[in-house]
Write a protein that binds this ligand. Structure first.
Ligand SMILES: CC(=O)SCCNC(=O)CCNC(=O)[C@H](O)C(C)(C)COP(=O)(O)OP(=O)(O)OC[C@H]1O[C@@H](n2cnc3c(N)ncnc32)[C@H](O)[C@@H]1OP(=O)(O)O
Ligand SMILES: CC(C)C(=O)C(=O)O
Length: 553
């Protein structure tokens, strides 16, 4: 890369070491969440949402449990303005939800913002101005003092306008481009704003420290947050909020480290929609907390619904590897992963474990509305017997003997290899059914009659090569007598190696499944039988194995 010399580090470390956060291993509680989907997310869409979509999105965010929602930049456009009016006039804002609106530090914009807010019960008015070295020099062409004056002007206007209105207003200030700002200056301007707003116990102020553009490694951001947290005035009455973007792919890390460093609130969006590489994905931050045993206080119990909603409303797409939400994030195609998951699930059931420790699955997919069968064990040519057996058991109730799993495992993965495609559970089932279950070829079972007099005697009625025949046999069990009848009359030599059976369904119409492995010339051949009658199922399993052998010839 020949142009690397063009770039240099554009961030500033705090003037004093601010790394106490490093010694914390985990976050203790859910932070305050603020969704900025309708503002930062919306302003980054190719086609911003129309009014109806915004109303629908707002209602959905409320349903997910958000208590603070930035609904827009009311001075930006008619749609933004009308949307806010709709929320207020149609009384769509629940009493426990506070809406937030963004404004620049310019009087006509602040005036319009308060016009749009008329009649609101609770609102956070969010003021921002850029403080970074680059923006001061290139965009605003102002000194540090002049930038403070600009922010302070806005802070005073917010106070004045709020005093004239009836609603319950709280204030938020963002030194926009905080991550490109000298830390002493960021502290100075935030303290100047706080001096205007005079936060108190009943009038807490939010200081939002955005990673407007992510320019450093996440530990630097965390140290910047700790420095601000340690040095801001009125600290007890200030809520420190963070607003990470994702330019270096570290938004989640910044959010989590920022929380360790003293932040109490996180602004972000569903699935990280937002300017450029996006805002921090609140679904991931929340579910990361969940995976550590902390209630995130947001409801993501039906992630597929959240994905579906988001894709429909925004026209964006959740990538298949998006943590927790992507189509493939719980999927195990490879045999060893499937084997460990299937055994982990079995162990869990056998030992009645309540905590979660299944290998390869960071959380229980069912906790967020995902399914083991369709989301976890996925079958292709990399799969193994454990996964294929799991699909047949979980989805269709067949609990195959371990050695039979191996056999069907190879049959299924070879099919996937030759077709060069993933096999869905129903396709796995079809292969199993066609190749192993109630297989009819040279012989077909018609009926049987047993008599018991010490040992078992059977009269077996079979169709052999299209002709109905009746064979007699004796043995020390039912299946043994059937096996002997076939051996003697069809002149074939084999031994029954394995036999198992179980009920397939509960209830009066229950089916039975039986599995038989026979050894012929040192090779084991498997068959399965399914019937309402367990004896029929067992004989069909034996007949299936024999027919599979006959087919081989
Ligand atoms: C990081 C973020 O996401 S910040 C949020 C960004 N979001 C948006 O900008 C979306 C909504 N914005 C808009 O619709 C428009 O920009 C409006 C309505 C707010 C303003 O529109 P306009 O005045 O026509 O244009 P524009 O935004 O280009 O204004 C630029 C001027 O505002 C000044 N300005 C920019 N930000 C601020 C601020 N926070 N406070 C005060 N002045 C500001 C610029 O220095 C520039 O000043 P100049 O006219 O003296 O050169
Ligand atoms: C307005 C601020 C908070 C912002 O969106 C950003 O800095 O990214």
């Amino acid at each position: 890369m020949k142009n690397y010399g063009k770039y240099s580090k554009s961030y500033f470390m705090p003037p004093v070491p601010s790394t106490n956060w490093v010694h914390k291993s985990h976050i203790e509680d859910a932070p305050l969440w603020c969704s900025v989907d309708l503002r930062d997310g919306n302003q980054a869409l190719v086609i911003p949402m129309d009014l109806d979509k915004k109303v629908e999105f707002f209602t959905y965010l409320v349903h997910l449990g958000f208590k603070e929602i930035e609904v827009g930049f009311p001075a930006a456009s008619e749609t933004e303005y009308n949307f806010l009016r709709r929320l207020i006039e149609d009384d769509l804002i629940p009493d426990d939800v506070t809406i937030q609106v963004l404004t620049q530090s310019r009087e006509h914009i602040i005036k319009k913002t308060f016009e749009a807010l008329k009649g609101v019960k609770n609102a956070i008015v969010h003021l921002y101005n850029s403080t970074s070295l680059a923006q001061r020099e290139q965009v605003f062409k102002k000194s540090q003092d002049e930038i403070i004056e600009l922010g302070v002007l806005g802070a005073k206007l917010l106070k004045e306008y709020a005093e004239k209105e009836e609603g319950n207003f709280r204030f938020e200030y963002s030194p926009e481009s905080f991550t490109g700002t000298e830390m002493e200056f960021a502290l100075k301007i935030c303290n100047a704003i706080l001096d205007i707003w005079q936060p108190s116990k009943d009038n807490k102020v939010i200081i939002n420290l955005p990673s407007t553009v992510q320019v450093s490694m996440p530990h630097v951001y965390a140290s910047q947050i700790e420095y601000m947290s340690e040095n801001l005035k009125y600290r007890d009455h200030v809520i420190i909020s963070i607003h990470p973007h994702n330019d270096r792919g570290c938004a989640i890390a910044e959010a989590e480290m920022g929380l360790l460093a003293g932040a109490q609130r996180v602004e972000g969006t569903l699935f990280g929609n937002g300017e450029r590489t996006g805002n921090v994905d609140l679904v991931t931050v929340a579910l990361n907390l969940f995976s550590h045993g902390i209630d995130p206080k947001l409801n993501f119990e039906n992630i597929p619904d959240v994905v579906h909603f988001y894709e429909r409303i925004t026209g964006m797409f959740v990538p298949p590897r998006q943590p927790y939400s992507g189509e493939l994030v719980f999927a195990a195609f490879s045999g060893s992963h499937q084997d460990a998951i299937a055994k982990g699930m079995q162990y869990r059931g056998d030992h009645q474990i309540t905590g979660w420790s299944v290998p390869y699955l960071p959380i229980d997919p069912q906790d967020i509305g995902r399914e083991y069968g369709s989301d976890v064990i996925r079958i292709n040519s990399q799969s193994g017997k454990g996964g294929i057996g799991f699909i047949l058991n979980e989805n269709y109730g067949f609990d195959l003997p371990p050695k039979m799993r191996e056999d069907i495992g190879y049959t299924v993965k070879n099919a996937s290899d030759h077709l060069n495609k993933e096999l869905k559970p129903n396709e796995v089932y079809e292969i199993f059914k066609k190749d192993y279950v109630n297989v009819e070829d040279k012989i077909r079972l018609i009926d049987y009659h047993f008599k018991r007099n010490g040992e078992f005697a059977v009269e077996l009625i079979l169709n052999v090569d299209g002709e109905e025949k009746s064979f007699l046999g004796r043995g020390n069990g039912r299946l043994d007598s059937v096996a002997n009848a076939i051996k003697e009359n069809l002149n074939i030599s084999y031994t029954i190696q394995t036999y198992t059976e179980h009920a397939l369904e509960r209830g009066s119409n229950s089916l039975a499944a039986a599995y038989v492995g026979i050894t012929i010339e040192d090779k084991i051949i498997w068959g399965a039988g399914v019937d309402t009658d367990i004896i029929f199922a067992s004989i069909k399993a034996l007949v299936s194995a024999l027919n599979r052998k006959f087919k081989e010839k």
